[in-house]
Design a binder for this molecule. Structure first.
Ligand code: BGC
Length: 766
């Protein structure tokens, strides 16, 4: 680590050529060193759920060194266990240290706007609070051991369709309340070494050269001190990118880019001070990273604890698995003849395609792991479906024959990579045609059928779910997932995962449906702040499985909800507590979720929003008190006109639940705001807006009284058919601009309406 003064001295010793070169990678995975000044190269590597250390720095797709493949972000988020995620971060850091990696390229904190995004498996949630907590935990874990992270893809990278060029047109509220908060929290709380910009455009400008995003918001508002790296190949105009705040372009080498920076400085289109700022930020991180010695075994071996990390991967996988349906068939009661059906039982589907693809240090085969727990039971295997997209009735027939003679059928159904991967979006929410036919045929032949799913994003299940007895969502479960499935099926682990995203009944129900994937280069986020459960709640659209949902082998009762104060100041926040009791017979874990609902607000708000959660382990009969603190932001919304977060005076309901659709207790609190909001009145402001503005209300009082009297007069008397008898005159007035109303009544006021409004505005703003 170098202090500011040392960095200043160092920069003064660098030539323009060296500075320009530092801002572009030397290879696919390394930054440019300056040997004569002792500036080392920094090695970066994907990420996010394992270390993809490619031995040859100039290769993008060479097989990487063996490392632990942990569950991908969907499964990770479904654990709702920040401690566990932090532990995974520590393990990732140990592998980075062993494999000589300075910065791990992850986590991804983008929102799941549409379930069709091919890369959703790398993202946490449709909820910014949950995604933010997960990102903080992972970054903190990795960085606690002196290894850097790259929070990506900043911002609004919510689809793979045209990902290099698409212009995400996102309104200010949606940006601030949905698409940025997970990044904001991670930057402020966990201070990632680097942030990676997204490929796409945001509101008309490529993220790589988006000054508002990279400098005004990320650095000036949030105080980010690390470096901004481009996504691989995301830069279009190098000088413009530097100007916007993008420090490091990857991958390299790109002599043309370096030359263009030198030329821009020489011809005066790029101030050298701008280049120096980027150089300073890069050097700071390069030296910070160098503080942690790495590569204990060169970049060749794997001296990290392979067994311990594999065990951790198994634990995380089992904690993230979500039991979606169970008629009581699970946990298995020692069946003696088991039909194990599905290609994925032998060839584990445990990660996604693309840049996050890990060369796993070892892989648990689900069938083998099941056999270990099944003891003497006989397992019969049938592949059920092919690896490709062909339809093969004989495979179905063979599976049905096995199912018919068994006590139970376990169907391992994996969504194939050709239907879900980085680089392209999913065409639909369905498993393959063969898989649907297989499930239905097996379930018809065997009355005890369990479906185990491997996929990275929600599936539609209406076609088959009623036919089967249980469904376990096992995600892209990481290399130890095969064992974790067996643990859950046999009840060695009581499932405690809960959905971090809503499962819609059908694709046409999903919030972004009519605004996806965009056309003519632009995708308009027309649903605004209403993504995920915010949308389904607001519209009353029934879903297959709600956000926060997941079954257990035991039951939990909620009691004694309390709040630290029923009336509180916004700056103080409020704390909510609830007792949770395990009322069943098995030890288990419950994820307690706290949602906040604003009863009345100036701007529209979703019916409820997640603002806190805690995972608690309980023995049968045991009770624990769960306490969750809610701060100012738990109650605030972003006001685009004030350009700030606003928490209004008034009543809020605090909903404590087991899922977003299973609220067990409610507490009502009253917030007292200490915010002094400036007036935002103008000549078009409505009567309502004048009344709602504290200063405006006073200033307009006399005029208002006169107007009211006049309005009454206008709408009473005269010909009854023409009159406004029975009319709510104040509602009628409310949404009219004050100016227009005054124009109607100009005779009464002996002064032009324009003049009156002008005078009132002057009073407000003095
Ligand atoms: C991906 C990034 C990844 C980078 C390096 C890009 O295509 O979008 O997430 O870190 O490649 O592999």
């Amino acid at each position: 680590m170098k202090d500011d003064l040392s960095l200043t001295i160092l920069i003064s010793q660098m030539t323009l050529e060296e500075k320009a070169a530092l801002c572009t990678g030397e290879s696919t995975w390394t930054t440019t060193p300056v040997e004569r000044l002792g500036i080392p190269a920094m090695i970066v590597s994907d990420g996010p759920h394992g270390v993809r250390r490619v031995p040859n720095a100039n290769a993008i797709s060479q097989q990487s060194l063996p490392a632990t493949c942990f569950p991908t972000a969907s499964g990770l988020a479904a654990t709702w266990d920040v401690g566990l995620v932090e532990q995974m971060g520590q393990a990732l850091a140990e592998e980075c240290i062993a494999l000589d990696v300075d910065v791990l390229l992850g986590p991804g904190a983008n929102m799941k706007r549409t379930p069709l995004n091919g890369r959703n498996f790398e993202y946490f949630s449709e909820d910014p609070y949950l995604a933010g907590e997960m990102a903080v935990a992972l970054i903190s874990g990795v960085q606690s051991k002196g290894v850097g992270t790259s929070l990506k893809h900043f911002a609004a990278n919510n689809q793979e369709f045209q990902r290099f060029t698409i212009n995400a047109e996102v309104g200010e509220r949606a940006l601030r309340e949905i698409y940025l908060p997970a990044f904001e929290k991670a930057v402020k709380k966990a201070r990632p070494f680097t942030v990676m910009c997204a490929y796409n455009k945001l509101n008309g400008e490529h993220c790589s050269q988006n000054h508002r995003l990279l400098t005004e918001i990320l650095r000036n508002e949030w105080g980010f001190e690390g470096l901004v790296v481009s996504d691989w190949g995301a830069v279009h105009d190098r000088a413009a990118a530097l100007q916007a705040g993008l420090d490091l372009e990857m991958p390299g080498p790109k002599p043309g880019r370096v030359a263009s920076v030198i030329a821009a400085v020489r011809n005066g289109t790029l101030a050298e001070s701008v280049l120096d700022d980027s150089v300073r930020r890069i050097l700071r991180i390069v030296f910070m990273a160098a503080d942690t010695p790495k590569g204990a075994n060169g970049a060749k071996g794997s001296p990290f604890n392979v067994d311990a990390h594999h065990a951790l991967a198994r634990q995380i996988a089992s904690e993230g698995m979500v039991l979606l349906k169970n008629d009581g068939i699970l946990p298995l009661q020692n069946p003696q003849h088991i039909a194990v059906i599905g290609h994925a039982a032998q060839a584990a589907h445990f990660q996604g395609g693309g840049s996050s693809h890990i060369h796993a240090s070892r892989v648990d085969v689900p069938f083998v792991e099941l056999q270990k727990l099944a003891g003497e039971a006989e397992l019969m295997y049938a592949p059920g479906y092919p690896a490709d997209d062909s339809f093969q009735q004989p495979l179905i027939d063979e599976a049905v024959a096995a199912a018919r003679v068994a006590d139970v059928a376990l169907l391992y159904v994996a969504l194939p990579t050709y239907k879900e991967s980085e680089g392209y979006d999913r065409p639909d929410l369905d498993v393959t045609r063969q898989q649907v036919a297989l499930i239905k045929a097996v379930a018809a032949a065997q009355p005890h059928t369990v479906v185990i799913l491997n996929n990275g994003a929600p599936l539609a299940m209406s076609e088959w779910i009623d036919d089967v007895n249980a469904v376990l969502e096992a995600w892209m479960m990481g290399q130890a997932g095969g064992g974790a499935i067996a643990d859950v099926l046999y009840g060695k682990v009581n499932p405690s995962g809960k959905l971090a995203e809503t499962y819609a009944l059908k694709l046409t129900d999903t919030p972004a449906h009519i605004n996806y994937p965009g056309e003519l280069g632009t995708v308009h986020y027309g649903e605004g702040i209403y993504i995920g459960y915010r949308y389904y709640d607001a519209k009353g659209v029934p879903v297959l499985f709600p956000f926060g949902y997941g079954l257990s082998y035991t039951r939990f009762a909620y009691s004694n909800p309390t709040v630290s104060a029923h009336e509180f100041m916004d700056v103080d926040g409020v704390t909510v507590s609830v007792d949770v009791t395990n009322t069943g017979k098995a030890a288990g874990k419950e994820v307690v979720q706290v949602y906040v609902s604003d009863r009345v607000a100036q701007l529209a708000r979703p019916p409820k929003e997640l603002k806190g959660f805690a995972k608690v382990a309980l023995q049968p009969g045991e009770t624990k008190t769960v306490t969750i603190a809610l701060d100012f932001r738990a109650f605030a919304y972003y006001h685009p006109t004030y350009k700030q977060w606003v928490a209004e005076d008034g009543a809020f309901d605090i909903l404590i639940g087991s899922s977003s659709a299973d609220i067990r207790c409610t507490q009502t609190v009253t917030l007292q705001s200490t915010q002094q909001l400036p007036s935002i009145l103008n000549r078009e402001s409505t009567v309502h807006e004048w009344q709602a503005d504290p200063r405006g209300k006073v200033v307009v009082a006399q005029v208002f009284e006169k107007m009211q009297a006049q309005t009454q007069k206008m709408f009473s008397g005269g010909d009854s058919e023409e009159s406004g008898i029975g009319m709510d005159t104040s509602a009628f007035m409310d949404d009219m601009p004050l100016l227009n109303l005054l124009e109607w009544m100009e005779n009464e006021f002996h002064e032009p309406a324009e003049v009156i409004v002008h005078r009132l505005l002057a009073e407000v703003y003095t």
